[in-house]
Design a protein around this ligand. Structure first.
Ligand code: ADP
Ligand code: MG
Length: 474
């Protein structure tokens, strides 16, 4: 990948000046986060971390990622409706992973009762890195697909403007004009609005299900405000509020303190720490309701790492998307090597290979939110320890993607300005709405580029490792 800004990254004075402009521009544009010190307050905020310079992204791979997004939407939607596949795929995992098991129990319980929900809304983000081959060419490789609480669509709707200004300050006006417009906040809101409309009750609200600590509230506000612009009422509630104020009527319409809820948009509920007994009860209440859940519990399960690994098995995509060979080819072209650690010969073999050569792989548990994966020596030690126990089935193995690093500056409050070797991860937002069996909306809704220093193997923006970025197509 061409290093686009070689001439400026070493010009300390120009970088300092541009960084000062960049930080103020980010604050002005609303690229904001609450602070770690005062995570509940909006009266002391700071800018969300971002790169000084937009990062080079190969245009062909960028277009490939957009082109496959509708296929991934179809696939996730198909998995979410395929009980047999989910049951079979997650059977080994739920024996050893309590969190997935609890989600699965709710899934089965809701199916047994019969679904009251008839409108389905999916908002996902498919993440990729650019794997650098031996000959130096880059290939698009999917890292994972997030089917619940995929974040930063709001803030990233505002980062291109900041980077455009930075490039101008650095004397690169022509290049500034080439940065693409990007507005996932609008695209996400479009999907939520469509689901709200199909639910069919003018007085019903959209409920954002949010965490106890909401440092990333401004990201969510971007989407909320798009809904208010469409005259759709939005409320923000926690699981705890649902436990205390939520109820269902005879036709399982959901009410919060007497106010009907049309859509529940989860920005919470994807890690075990989000749940205590009350919160699980609240989750069950929501899932049983007629309200449109984004995602419903089946779609959350469709986004597990175990499902991702099973998708890469020969023949699986053909079963899930019959009669769609072109979509399947596009999807499969983005897959990295993925391996099951289920008990048996196949699992034994790949475990032994990974122990012998840990740098080729990433070991992933069934967790979201960053910081859970194991690499290198740690991977080897853990796998050595669990290789003969059923515990190993709570993990999958994946080929490690090795992108070409590029120099950039990561702008973070209270951190020194210093050049870093960086790698980037591209996410494409997908939105779809299904009413009964009819897909009424299916589109790509914008992109997110996140960049981190190479020394960090893992971790997203919320985890304090990656920062927001803008692709500069090359
Ligand atoms: P999470 O659900 O925690 O976000 P991910 O699968 O996205 O889990 O992994 C977290 C991070 O780890 C990614 O953002 C990426 O930086 C790194 N990572 C994950 N898979 C790979 C891989 N196969 N090769 C290299 N890095 C990876
Ligand atoms: Mg991830």
């Amino acid at each position: 990948m061409a290093a686009a800004w070689q001439d400026v990254v070493r010009d300390a004075a120009a970088v300092r000046e541009a960084a000062a402009v960049a930080v103020d521009a980010a604050l002005l544009a609303g690229v904001l986060m609450r602070t770690g010190e005062q995570p509940h307050a909006s009266d002391v905020v700071n800018y969300a971390p971002f790169t000084l310079l937009p990062s080079a992204v190969p245009q062909a791979l960028f277009e490939q990622a957009y082109a496959v997004q509708q296929d991934f939407n179809l696939l996730v939607d198909a998995i979410s409706q395929n009980k047999e596949f989910l049951e079979k795929t997650l059977a080994s995992t739920i024996k050893v992973d309590d969190f997935t098991a609890q989600l699965f129990r709710i899934y089965m319980q809701v199916l047994e009762e019969g679904l009251a929900q008839t409108v389905f809304l999916g908002i996902n983000r498919s993440d990729y890195m650019f794997d650098c081959g031996l000959d130096g060419t880059a290939a698009l490789r999917q890292i994972e697909i997030n089917t619940i609480a995929a974040s930063f669509g709001g803030l990233t709707s505002r980062t291109a403007d900041v980077h455009r200004l930075v490039l101008k300050v650095l004397g690169k006006t022509e290049k500034a004009s080439r940065l693409l417009p990007n507005n996932p906040a609008k695209g996400l809101a479009w999907g939520i609005a469509k689901a709200w409309e199909l639910y069919g009750s003018q007085s019903a609200v959209v409920m954002f299900l949010v965490e106890e600590v909401q440092r990333n509230i401004f990201d969510q506000r971007c989407v909320e405000n798009e809904l208010w612009n469409r005259n759709i009422r939005v409320i923000r509630k926690r699981f705890r509020d649902v436990f205390e104020q939520g109820s269902l009527d005879a036709s399982r319409r959901l009410y919060m303190n007497g106010q009907e809820v049309a859509v529940v948009y989860y920005r919470e509920g994807y890690v075990p720490q989000n749940y205590d007994q009350q919160n699980w009860e609240a989750r069950l209440l929501l899932e049983r309701s007629r309200a449109v859940k984004c995602p419903d519990i089946a779609t959350q399960l469709a986004g597990t790492k175990k499902v991702q690994q099973e998708l890469s098995r020969p023949g699986t995509l053909e079963k899930l998307l019959p009669g769609r060979p072109e979509a399947i080819a596009r999807i499969r072209a983005t897959f990295a090597g993925l391996y099951s650690l289920d008990e048996g010969e196949e699992g034994d073999r790949i475990a032994a290979t990974a122990i012998a050569d840990p740098d080729r792989f990433v070991l992933k548990p069934q967790r979201e939110g960053g910081g859970n994966n194991l690499y290198g020596e740690e991977l080897r030690q853990v796998l050595e320890k669990i290789k003969d126990s059923p515990e190993r089935t709570s993990y999958i193995l994946m080929d490690k993607i090795k992108p070409q690093p590029a120099l950039n500056y990561l702008l973070r409050a209270h951190s020194p300005l210093q050049v870093s070797e960086c790698i980037s991860e591209l996410g494409i937002f997908g939105v779809y709405v299904r009413q009964g069996q009819e897909l009424v909306l299916n589109r790509a809704a914008g992109h997110l580029l996140r960049t981190k220093a190479v020394e960090h193997a893992d971790g997203g923006v919320a985890a304090g490792v990656a920062v927001l970025d803008t692709p500069f197509l090359v």
